[in-house]
Design a binder for this molecule. Structure first.
Ligand SMILES: [Fe+2]
Length: 146
């Protein structure tokens, strides 16, 4: 059901945004500034989708979740309480980003099934945005050419 997919998506996007902000705060190493800025752009962009997802849930005449407790129940990505090394932070965000892309594809299918073009269009935009994040995350992990 589309509303249920959107609730999962809301909690998962929120969790991804918080994790990237956590990495922004705690990353260390010689490339600190680069990682610190990258994580800032990442969490801000991901967070920018949260309000629209919640308001789409309301257009479907359902109430939107909005507490740590509910987000914890609904999110399909795990939180992080340790402080991984910078490269592991990137690997973790890449894995989570792929999880979000799968969830967006599922949500897109639900939106089409329920003939909701507006939400399908929004979800397609999110797929584009998360694909761009995926490109950047993968680029960090690529070994340098000799
Ligand atoms: Fe900051």
């Amino acid at each position: 059901m589309l509303a249920d997919d959107l609730k999962t998506l809301l909690a998962t996007q929120y969790a991804l945004s918080i994790k990237a902000q956590y990495f922004h705060w705690n990353v260390e190493g010689s490339d600190f500034a680069q990682y610190h800025d990258f994580f800032a752009n990442f969490y801000e962009e991901v967070y920018s989708a949260v309000d629209r997802i919640a308001e789409y849930i309301r257009t479907l005449q359902e109430y939107s979740p909005g507490s740590f407790e509910r987000f914890q129940e609904l999110s399909i990505i795990q939180g992080q309480t340790k402080v991984p090394r910078a490269r592991l932070m990137i690997e973790e965000l890449l894995s989570d980003n792929n999880t979000v892309i799968d969830l967006l594809n599922q949500t897109f299918a639900s939106a089409e099934q329920e003939n909701n073009q507006g939400i399908a269009n929004f979800v397609a935009e999110r797929l584009d945005a998360q694909a761009k994040h995926g490109w950047m995350l993968r680029s960090f992990l690529k070994d340098q050419r000799a």
